[in-house]
Design a protein around this ligand. Sequence first.
Ligand code: SF4
Length: 225
Amino acid sequence: MPGALLIGDTAGLLNVPKIKGTHQAIRSGMLAAEHLAAQAEGLSSTGFDAKLRASPAMAELKKVRNIKPGFKKGMWFGLVNAGWETATAGLSPWTWRCKPDWNSLQKLDVAEKPKRDYVERTLAPRDRLAGVYFAATEHDEDQPVHLKVSNTDICITKCAEEYGNPCQRFCPAGVYEIVADGAGKRLQINAANCVHCKTCDIKDPYEIITWVTPEGGAGPNYQNL
Ligand code: SF4
């Protein structure tokens, strides 16, 4: 991004096995400051990205790069892999890649029916719209919808058939609804409910949903969450 520097957690610098990132945030913040100062004095010819990649912050992450992706192959594989990667300090010649989030969705014809024999909970809030109410999310009702669905035909044809419209379940705020009216089935987007978790952006199996920033800083009242 011209004119922007990503540091700390925004740049994905968390050390996942240690669950620590504050030191990485400080390191990358110092590096960004040094880079800006060097740029201002005309002393730097490399970009911030190259500097960050060559820094101790990235050297630390290189040692643990395979640990989190290893758990995508199951807990036992992940544990053995984590032990190996820790013992060898990340010297493995390979790098496991993370798959996109939607990749873990199963199609209806292969998915096992979930066991629903758990005890009914009595804790409040018990439904999503009650949760939305507690989040005090607020958007002007007449602002443009900030959830862009590039092809809504897929929702009522391919997606309904293959995945059973998972957006109705993975959205924690009940934003997506398939409604039926005189013209047939269609996707209804209740954008004013959105709590800006961005799940839909990464979990939609056809990658047709794009979350964009709503107008006027609208959204949940985080202070009251
Ligand atoms: S960002 Fe989160 S709350 Fe908003 S529509 Fe997407 S899944 Fe729902």
